[in-house]
Design a protein around this ligand. Structure first.
Ligand code: NAD
Length: 501
C-alpha cells in the first residue's frame, strides 16, 4: 500500500523509505510531480512526501466530479448510496489501526484519543448519514387555491452537483468525513482538500472509497496548501456548485469573497473564543474535570475548547488552585505512552504562534498560574512541537489573549459576581461558537444558556455531540448549520413542487 503512512515510532532512525501520498482524481492515483514534506510533530521527523495539486490537477478533479455528477451517481437510489456509505464505514473499521496510526503520525495526539474520538467518529459520520437518508422525510402542505381547487405543495431535495470540501488539521478525519458523508449521501460529487499538515488519513479514506467501488469521479482528493495552491484553485473555480469549509475565520472570509463571484452556496465552521462559566453552586469536582477537558483536550486544538473561564468569586481561589494542581499532573508525553494526556501541537509553526501568545500574556500583565513555556524532555521530543499546558489569570477583558483565538492548551480564568455580568462578558466577543455552563441550578442553567450568543451551549458537560443536532457558529464563528437534517438541507438543492389537484 503505497499511500499508507508509516506508524509513528519512537526509534530515532529515519524511516528507510519515505512514502509518497498521491492525489486521487477520477478514480486514479495521481503523482503531480511536485511534493511537500509531512513532518511528525512529536520529533520533527519526515513521515511522508505529499503530492501537491496544481491548477491542472484541481481542474481535472473538478471536471471528473462534474462528469460523474451527470452520470449514474445522479440517478443512484437512496438505498444504493446508503449501502456505499456503510461500505465505506466498514472499510475504515477494517483498517482501524492504519487510520489510528495515520492520525497519530500527522498530529502527535494520544493514541487513545485517535481510537475513541477521531477514527470512531469518522466511522460514525458515514453510518449516521447512511441511516439518516433512509429515514428522512420531507414537507407537504395542503391548501385551497383561489378557484377552490385543492393544492398540494411538497418539497424535494436534489443533489447540488459538485462540492468543494476544505478541512483543517485539528481533527482531520472527523471533520473531513463530517462533510464527505452527507455530501455523498445526498448524491453529490466531491473534491476534498485536507489540510497540508494532515494529509494521511484523507489518503487512506480515498483508498477505502476506491475499494468501496464508487463510480470514478464521485470522490476526488487533492492535496496542497491554501493560497496559490489547491485550496485557492478549488475555492475560486467557477465550476463547483458549493463550498463547505472548516478553518480559521479569516480564511473563511477569503473563501466567501471567491464564492460571492458565482453566488455559490457556502457552509462555514470557523474559529472560536469559547467561554466556560462556573457558578458557585456547581458540582465542584465535575466542573474541574470538565474545564480540564475543555481547556486541554487535543492540546487545546479543538475549535470548541474554552480559552476563557469565568468562575463565580466565592469559589474563584479554590477553583484556580484545584485547576493548577490537576494541570500539573497532566502527562505530556509520546502519543503511545501509557497514561498520556497531551501530545505536541500540530507543527512547529503552530507552536510559534501559541508561544507568541504565552509571551503576549506576560506582556499584557497576566499572572502565569501554571506552565507558560516549553517542556524539556532530554530526548527526541525536544525536536517536537510540545508546549506546556498553561493557566493564566489577571487580564482585563480587553486583553488580546482574552479576545483572540490562540488554539493551544491555555485558558484565562477570571472571577465574576453576577449572572447578568457574566452573560454580558461571555457575549462580548467577536466569536460565537460554543459555551459551557456549570451549575446545579436548573432554572439558571436554562436561563443562562439561552442567552449565550453561540451555536451550542453545553450544561455540565462538554464536547458531547448528537450528530443529528445542528452544529455551527454565530458571528465570526461561522455561517449556516450542519448536522442531521441540516446537513441534508445544505447538501441539496431544495425544490418545491406545487400541484393543482
Ligand atoms: P486554516 O483556515 O488555516 O486552514 C483550513 C484549510 O483551509 C486548510 O486545508 C488550508 O489549506 C485551507 N486554506 C487556507 N487558506 C486558504 C485559501 N486562501 N483558500 C482556500 N483554502 C485555504 O485553518 P487551520 O489552521 O487548518 O485550522 C484551525 C482553525 O479551524 C481554527 O481557527 C479553528 O477554530 C477552526 N476550526 C473550526 C471548527 C468549527 O467547527 N467551527 C472546527 C475545527 C477547526
Amino acid at each position: 500500500m503505497v499511500n499508507t503512512p508509516l506508524p509513528k515510532s519512537r526509534a530515532a532512525k529515519p524511516p528507510a523509505a519515505v512514502p509518497l501520498l498521491r492525489c486521487f482524481v477520477d478514480g486514479a492515483w495521481v503523482d503531480t510531480g511536485k511534493s511537500f514534506d509531512n513532518i511528525n510533530p512529536v520529533n520533527g521527523q519526515l513521515i511522508s512526501h505529499v503530492c501537491e495539486a496544481g491548477q491542472d490537477t484541481v481542474n481535472a478533479a473538478i471536471s471528473a466530479a462534474n462528469r460523474a455528477a451527470q452520470g449514474s451517481w445522479k440517478h443512484s437510489t437512496v438505498s444504493e448510496r446508503a449501502a456505499f456509505l456503510h461500505c465505506i464505514a466498514d472499510g475504515i473499521e477494517q483498517r482501524f489501526d492504519d487510520f489510528v496510526a495515520a492520525e497519530v503520525a500527522d498530529t502527535g495526539r494520544p493514541v487513545h484519543q485517535a481510537r475513541t474520538l477521531d477514527v470512531a467518529r469518522g466511522i460514525a459520520n458515514f453510518r449516521t448519514f447512511a441511516d439518516l437518508i433512509k429515514t428522512s422525510s420531507s414537507d407537504l402542505f395542503q391548501s385551497d387555491g383561489p378557484d377552490g381547487a385543492k393544492i398540494m405543495s411538497y418539497v424535494i431535495r436534489k443533489p447540488l452537483g459538485t462540492i468543494g470540501i476544505i478541512s483543517p488539521w485539528n481533527l482531520p478525519l472527523l471533520l473531513l468525513t463530517w462533510k464527505v458523508a452527507p455530501a455523498l449521501a445526498m448524491g453529490n460529487c466531491v473534491i476534498a482538500k485536507p489540510s497540508e499538515e494532515t494529509p494521511s488519513s484523507a489518503t487512506l479514506l480515498a483508498e477505502v472509497i476506491q475499494a468501496a467501488g464508487l463510480p470514478n469521479g464521485v470522490f476526488n482528493l487533492i492535496h496542497g496548501f491554501g493560497p496559490d495552491s489547491a485550496g485557492q484553485f478549488l475555492s475560486t473555480s467557477p465550476h463547483i456548485d458549493a463550498i463547505t469549509f472548516t478553518g480559521e475565520s479569516r480564511t473563511g472570509s477569503t473563501i466567501m469573497k471567491a464564492a460571492a463571484e458565482g453566488v455559490k452556496e457556502v457552509s462555514f465552521e470557523l474559529g472560536g473564543k469559547n467561554a466556560a462559566v462556573v457558578f458557585a453552586d456547581a458540582d465542584f469536582e465535575a466542573a474541574i474535570a470538565g474545564v480540564m477537558k475543555s481547556s486541554f483536550t487535543n492540546s487545546g486544538q479543538v475549535c470548541l475548547c474554552s480559552e476563557r473561564v469565568y468562575v463565580e468569586r466565592p469559589i474563584f481561589d479554590r477553583f484556580v488552585a484545584a485547576l493548577k494542581s490537576r494541570t500539573e499532573q497532566l502527562r505530556v508525553d509520546f502519543p503511545d505512552a501509557e497514561g498520556v494526556d497531551m501530545g505536541p501541537l500540530v507543527s512547529h509553526a503552530h507552536r510559534d504562534k501559541v508561544l507568541s501568545y504565552y509571551k503576549l500574556a506576560r506582556d499584557e500583565g497576566a499572572t502565569v498560574v501554571s506552565g507558560g513555556g516549553v517542556p524539556v524532555f532530554g530526548d527526541e521530543r525536544d525536536q517536537g512541537a510540545y508546549v506546556q499546558p498553561t493557566i493564566i489569570t489577571g487580564l482585563p477583558d480587553t486583553a488580546r489573549c482574552v479576545r483572540e483565538e490562540i488554539f493551544g492548551p491555555i485558558c484565562h480564568i477570571s472571577p465574576f459576581d453576577t449572572e447578568a455580568e457574566v452573560i454580558e462578558r461571555v457575549n462580548d466577543s467577536a466569536y460565537g461558537l460554543a459555551g459551557c455552563v456549570w451549575t446545579t441550578n436548573l432554572s439558571r442553567a436554562h436561563r443562562v444558556s439561552s442567552q449565550f450568543e453561540t451555536g451550542i451551549v453545553w450544561v455540565n458537560t462538554w464536547f458531547t455531540r448528537d450528530l443529528r443536532t445542528p452544529f455551527g457558529g454565530a458571528k465570526l464563528s461561522g455561517l449556516g448549520r450542519e448536522g442531521g437534517r441540516y446537513s441534508l438541507d445544505f447538501y441539496s438543492e431544495i425544490s418545491t413542487i406545487c400541484m393543482k389537484l
